[in-house]
Design a binder for this molecule. Structure first.
Ligand code: FES
Length: 233
């Protein structure tokens, strides 16, 4: 099969370019295995991975045939060629490695709890509605691969980055919204970060490796709360 890979070394290339490699297909081969074959036998391409778990480290997310996919768990069908490019929406460090720091730092800062006084572990509410607990457990599955953002048509076509934070940031806001130990006004924060600019298309649900996270469902709940409170968008 042919594996076409976008290559780019910012230190010496004026722009990205593609190189195509012949890779012998084998049963159950994943995109990551094809990249490893190229690396070990044909060209020392740069790519990132760690866990092989599909949704643990989140480091192997990249564009496969134009869609965000986890390289470690994405199978290649017999008789198909693939095109592999770096994950959309981030500066390329080298070949398939991108720098996700900006968005990941933003998510970390959103996920920091807002409280009027610092909470000690003993102050944390742990006994609350099991339905909310389930929601929090589901939202915690995010591995910060940012596949949801890479496939979001709103983010991909937006000229003003202030208009919508994207599904990854919105999930972080929702996590703290449902968290009984957080005192921030997360509905207001969601609206200020473009909650109503999301078109509820569901691409984030389709591209996220964690099926537990129901982006569209939680965005609809946040919208309903904003509307109930009359928060303008
Ligand atoms: S290598 Fe960790 S999610 Fe793919």
């Amino acid at each position: 099969m042919k594996v076409k890979i976008q290559k780019f070394n910012p230190a010496k290339d004026a722009k990205p370019y593609y190189k195509t490699f012949d890779v012998p297909w084998k049963k159950n081969m994943t995109v990551l295995e094809a990249l490893m074959y190229v690396y070990e036998n044909l060209d020392p391409i740069a790519f990132d991975y760690s866990c092989h778990g599909g949704r643990v480290c989140g480091r192997c997310s990249m564009m496969v045939n134009g869609k965000p996919r986890m390289a470690c768990t994405t199978p290649i069908k017999q008789g198909t060629d693939i095109t592999v490019e770096p994950l959309k929406g981030h500066p390329v460090e080298r070949d398939l490695i991108v720098d996700r720091t900006e968005m990941q730092d933003r998510i970390s800062s959103i996920e920091r709890r807002i409280n009027s006084k610092p909470l000690e572990p003993k102050d944390l509410q742990r006994d609350f509605d099991p339905k909310i607990k389930q929601k929090l457990d589901d939202l915690e599955w995010c591995c910060r691969c940012l596949s949801c953002n890479a496939g979001c048509p709103v983010l991909n076509n937006m000229s003003d980055p202030e208009k919508y934070i994207g599904p990854a940031g919105m999930r972080a806001i929702a996590l703290r919204h449902y968290d009984p130990n957080d005192e921030g006004d997360r509905v207001l924060e969601a609206v200020q970060n473009g909650l109503f600019n999301c078109i509820l298309c569901g691409e984030c649900d389709r591209n996220c490796p964690a099926s537990e996270i129901k982006h569209v469902e939680i965005f609809k709940e946040l919208r309903a709360e904003a509307e109930k409170r009359g928060i303008k968008h």
